[in-house]
Write a protein that binds this ligand. Structure first.
Ligand code: ZN
Ligand code: ZN
Length: 165
């Protein structure tokens, strides 16, 4: 909605600047024509230019205010978005599986293929051996430490069934 308002302001600035330019060109022509132009016409043209210039400045100022408002509104939305996600941290952590998302062998097929090739695979639980908390719950500590190093606190623990055989 604010963006639509900004567009309106920009259109008004554009319109005012066109009108100002037309008046200015008209005045220039009168001035070039010199003595043949009556003084009254010249004064009238000058008056128009002054008025339209003032109008243009007002529209420009209004547009700038709208722009600043939009910027602030955007910042607020970004902050709200961050607050909304809470522990999510832009998806760095896979809460379901208790490892960073980019190395999660359950969520990321490429990672899974790579680890399988390297022989790091638990066939029973179909995930990386090094990430299989079902076989060894202690493995989780390493990933928990990675989260703690990044965020300065412990991550939300994955569901308990991830630790059960
Ligand atoms: Zn995952
Ligand atoms: Zn396993």
């Amino acid at each position: 909605m604010l963006e639509a308002q900004l567009d309106v302001h920009k259109a008004l600035v554009e319109e005012a600047s066109v009108r100002f330019k037309v008046a200015k060109d008209h005045l220039d022509q009168l001035q070039k024509a010199g003595d043949t132009v009556p003084q009254s016409a010249l004064h009238q043209a000058q008056g128009q230019v002054v008025i339209l210039q003032a109008q243009l400045r007002v529209k420009q100022a209004e547009s700038r205010v709208a722009e600043v408002r939009l910027k602030h509104a955007r910042q607020r939305m970004i902050q709200l978005g961050k607050a909304d996600h809470g522990h999510d941290h832009d998806g760095w952590w896979c809460q379901e599986h208790g490892v960073p998302e980019h190395i999660c062998s359950l969520c990321n097929d490429e990672v899974a293929a790579k680890l399988k090739k390297e022989g790091d695979w638990c066939r029973i639980h179909d995930r990386a051996k090094s990430q299989c908390f079902k076989c060894d719950p202690k493995l989780y500590e390493k990933f928990e430490a990675m989260y703690q190093a990044k965020y300065g606190k412990k991550p939300p623990r994955p569901p308990e069934e991830e630790f059960k055989k």
